[in-house]
Design a protein around this ligand. Sequence first.
Ligand SMILES: [Fe+2]
Ligand SMILES: [Fe+2]
Length: 187
Amino acid sequence: MNRDEGLALLKTHVETQRVFRHSLAVEAAMKAYAKKFGEDEERWGLLGLLHDIDFEKYPDVHPQKAPELLKDTDLDQVFIDSILSHGDNSPIPRDTMERKCLHAVDEMASFIIAIALMRPTKLEGLKGKSVKKKMKDKAFAKAVNREELTSSMEALEIEFNDHIDIIVSGLVEQEVFLNESGLTILG
Ligand SMILES: [Fe+2]
Ligand SMILES: [Fe+2]
């Protein structure tokens, strides 16, 4: 499966902008991490793009329905299991880099976008310091579990500021790419 095929499949299962933009954001962050670790950017990007493919239709059992939605593709079982591994209480361990990364960027990418939306310069110049401040602000993006943001990052054994820089760089690249066709992840 290539990126265009992945995007087309995602669009058949996701209609809301919220989930769609989140998928594009996590795709971008995964690609940035793949680049950082010398991994397969296309695969990691696809994993980010498709990780919430069943969320809109099956929010209560997400991501358990993802394998069914992806069954007619050539995606391998390890990839499918990596999607399953990002769910809460998943029986699939987050024991590979792609799984650790997916877990670490999933909520953080959205948290960063929520911060960017409040800044005049949006993603530009957004650093770990601002993210740290917002993580301490309990009234901001209340639904986001701060402990999970931290523990998922620690599982990657990466410094906080580097973690934010990598994700922001991916998001900026994605935003430039999307803007060319009148789309955005900021919203
Ligand atoms: Fe999810
Ligand atoms: Fe997600």
